[in-house]
Design a binder for this molecule. Structure first.
Ligand code: ACM
Length: 535
């Protein structure tokens, strides 16, 4: 039985109440794209900024607009990124310069400690728009806000008429959580480097900062491991439904990491163990307790495979895989899965996790596991990724909450809220429904801070939206399942709880529709969202 939380919040409206709001939020038609000389209201951004003060004249980007950056490689790179967004649609030259001047200014080294590592301040007025931050990530997030303040047509790749106005006022913005993730399952269906980059660009627009790649499962092993080459060449040679599958070479993976990092996302690689391992077991007979390699698997059942917990070669394998993957991964985390180990006894599961977690630490990484890891002993500093449902037993929830009270950090991915592969309605042509049907409101309308009974709010490190790909084959399929739910997850991760209000959110969400059209993102036109006719 699914339960809908029905909380009434009035705080959301407070955020947007300001003094001299010449261009106050709501000045444009609800859900509409402001037209002509009416700029997008300053607060009409996803994720909702922490604080917005509207007022003053708008800034207008013209053919003489320059982007003035600090004399630093990072600021110049972010300035160039912004210019690359602006040039095709405005048709303007938009030079990036480290000379001082008015126009668009990107400044690092803010002394305002309250901005943290990811926060920014955006000041807009007749003379220009200035984004300041302490760190490059903050500057980049500020640029995403600026993008959303411009008309949707700015995203097009051909020259558009404009005008290109940015409403006057000040935004000061920092994230609620440091972990704002998205997971892509590249095992059930393989996605190429370019397809992953496309998703990274979509995530960056909403200030998502972690890309979790589910690199191995029963159906495919997707990362080259030099010491066990058949994992990729054989274990990666098919996928659900029997297609050719594929894998990332080490250079491919490095390119994903580089590209993600250029958009301030950290790649979190996952090797799922000890279950979900048929592709590995099929590649090396030795890894099986009976020494017999099973065939490759292209179905969608779960829970039938297990590494052989009582063989030493299993730990040679784990050590090699983790060593090679850790060496390729600059980020702090390595995800070891641990879910649905239905073919591993409890004792074996505990034994396995007791031996494997120290290997992750040995290679300098921090463990993440699906929340079943709390049924073993999570290593110090480990994070557990909770993927339960409203109907998950109180006992299981309490086990996770107890681990959280004892110091295990939580990433929340409740499957009946933010699994992006769940169908929206019975009629959704893609996706699964085992966790329930998840319409847009249900996906948005919960609070990570109070979600898991008995878990302290301080244990919650953030949220992550997994996209499992049993039924997801193409980038268009990703678009349809992620949009419009993904921006809501990003907002749950970024915006203060006080801004959280479905009725206000759905208007901001509707305003994103034309932007997705301009970007070529085919989204689900949920009847819960007041889309404009054009969008
Ligand atoms: C999961 O959905 N098995 C983590």
């Amino acid at each position: 039985m699914r339960q809908h939380r029905r909380t009434t919040r009035i705080l959301g409206s407070l955020l947007l109440v300001t003094a001299a709001g010449a261009f106050a939020v709501g000045a444009a038609p609800a859900g509409g794209t402001p037209e002509g000389d009416t700029p997008t209201p300053l607060g009409r951004v996803i994720p909702a900024p922490a604080s917005v003060k509207t007022g003053g004249a708008p800034y207008r980007i013209t053919d003489s607009t320059r982007i003035h950056v600090d004399d630093s490689r990072e600021a110049r790179r972010i300035g160039t990124y912004l210019a690359d967004v602006l040039r095709p649609s405005t048709g303007y030259r938009i030079p990036v310069t480290d000379r001082q001047g008015t126009g668009i200014r990107l400044k690092l080294g803010s002394k305002d400690a309250s901005l943290g590592d990811e926060g920014y301040r955006l000041d807009s007025g007749r003379q220009g728009v200035t984004i300041t931050a302490r760190k490059p990530a903050g500057l980049f997030h500020g640029v995403q806000t600026l993008r959303q303040l411009l008309p949707a047509a700015v995203e097009k790749d051909s020259v558009q008429p404009g005008p290109w106005l940015v409403a006057g006022g000040t935004i000061k913005d920092t994230p609620r959580y440091g972990w704002r993730g998205a997971m892509l399952d590249v095992s059930r269906h393989f996605f190429t480097v370019d397809q992953v980059k496309r998703y990274i660009d979509q995530l960056a627009l909403y200030k998502v900062n972690k890309l979790h790649l589910h690199l191995s499962d029963d159906q495919g092993w997707r990362i080259a491991i030099d010491s066990w080459p058949r994992l990729a060449t054989y274990g990666g040679s098919t996928q659900v439904g029997g297609g050719p599958g594929g894998h990332y070479t080490k250079d491919d993976y490095k390119e994903i990491v580089r590209y993600a990092s250029s958009r301030f996302l950290e790649v979190v690689p996952e090797i799922d163990m000890p279950g979900h391992t048929n592709a590995a077991l099929a590649s090396y007979a030795d890894l099986n307790c009976d020494g017999v390699a099973p065939p490759l698997y292209t179905g969608t059942e779960v829970g039938f495979s297990s590494l052989c917990v009582n063989k030493d070669v299993t730990y040679d394998f784990v050590d090699d895989v983790i060593r090679e993957l850790a060496a390729l991964t600059p980020g702090r985390y390595l995800h070891i899965g641990g879910d649905e180990a239905h073919s591993t006894s409890h004792d074996d599961y505990v034994k396995f996790m007791d031996r494997v977690q120290p290997v992750v630490a040995k290679y300098g990484k921090t463990v993440i596991g699906w929340h079943q890891l709390t049924g073993a002993t999570p290593a110090k500093g480990a994070l557990a990724q909770y993927w339960g449902l409203d109907r998950t037993s109180a006992e299981e929830k309490e086990r996770v909450a107890a681990a959280a009270r004892a110091g295990t950090g939580l990433i929340l991915s409740p499957a009946d809220r933010i699994y992006l592969d769940m169908k929206y309605t019975e009629d959704t042509p893609l996706g699964l429904a085992w966790a329930g049907l998840v319409e847009v409101k249900r996906s948005y309308d919960w609070d990570p801070g109070t979600y898991l009974p008995g878990a302290p709010g301080s244990a919650v490190k953030g949220v992550e939206a997994p996209l499992w790909t049993e039924t997801i084959v193409t980038p268009a399929n990703i678009d349809f399942m992620a949009f419009p739910r993904l921006p809501g997850v990003a907002e749950l991760g970024w915006s203060p709880a006080a801004t959280h209000d479905w009725d206000a959110y759905k208007v901001r969400l509707a305003a994103q529709g034309p932007r997705w059209d301009a970007l070529g993102i085919g989204y689900y036109r949920s009847p819960q969202v007041p889309w404009t006719a054009a969008g």
